[in-house]
Design a protein around this ligand. Sequence first.
Ligand code: SF4
Length: 428
Amino acid sequence: MPASSQPTVTASVIRDVTCPFCGLACDDLVVDTTGDRLAVRENGCPIAVPAFAGAPGRGAARVGGREVPLVEAYAEAARLLRAAKRPLFGGLGTDVGGSRAVGRLADRTGAILDHMNSAAVVRNLLVLQDGGWITTTLSEIRNRCDLLVAVGGDILSRFPRFFERTLGAGETLFGARTPVEIVFLGKGPAADVKLPGQVRVIPCDTARLGEALGALRALVAGKPVLAADIAGQPLATWQGLADRLRAAKYGVMPWATADLDVPHADLMVQALADLLRELNRETRFAGLPLGGAEGDVTSDAVHLWQTGYGTRVSLARGVPEQDLHRFATPRLLAEGAVDLLLWISSFNATRVPPRAAIPTIVLGHAAMTLAEPPAVFIPVGTPGVDHAGQYFRTDRVIALPLASLRSSALPSVADALAAIEARLGEAR
Ligand code: SF4
């Protein structure tokens, strides 16, 4: 669907709905809005179907666990923010409008910003900021890819329609699709999963991917590699893969950084970026970092244009400062370096704030349940379900429009933050 168009509504069925529940932002869902709950009728997936079917938000605002009118919750949140000397805005699971409001309020209160998925995002950022990389888009994969090497995980667990949306179409910009080879380097999909291409799995422990990628780079460059066994596979396996990589006309290596949850994973991403650079001496090969869940790409994009940085940015000193290690939520909380946590999670009720010994304000999915009542809980609508918005796709080339699929009394994150900000100047 073009970014400027709107979903088509037929009676209670809405077509061309954009899904905000992973970074693919599929824009072809058909959603039935009859009755109490939304139901995905076509083009759903194991993540989207339950997410859209979630109960309509009727959560109540609470202060200290006591139900209060929304305005009272806004006033208490503003009072806590006024009293805070070093607030942390974490979670940050929201759309473009919500992220813009986060940046505005952070600027006004001198807050630190850290998205809930930053631990994974930082593995990529360290490499991107250090030396850059060569990446592609979902559309380029669809139109040009002849060899796809998935690095690390099966991709499908986090992005269920990835192969369908990229390699599943029979037509490309240049005519009918030619067969694509799909190689999983690491963990492959379940045996019964059907993919649009010839599939091969080269098993490899995640912790040894760097070793495999480094050897592949040497082999692609024609350097001698003396080891008989590399990352658990014989040298011949890697030589065969290196030859195949060099023979590709337009190869792509996607990876989900969240799957690389091992120490020093940034070095693996670095090895991958170096391999891509080597391959591009002879052919065309690009990477594709996969992310976007909980609006992490959206938050990063908005704060990049607002502050010059993405995540883990402090506005405490009046100018933006980024520190990818020091401004990590777990570290800030463990060191007692912040005195208030504002946590935002509007897409996912299960992404609750970390336990913190400081006052916590939660702008949460209306179905969120918390072990202990925070100082303030404000239920917010989900973008693309309860209200309209925009959401960045994983490849960052487009922000897709999200539709409002049902009438909801819940405020958006942007509205809730604006209401809190408007009360910042009120007398204590
Ligand atoms: S693959 Fe992702 S964007 Fe597409 S329908 Fe599933 S959850 Fe939504």
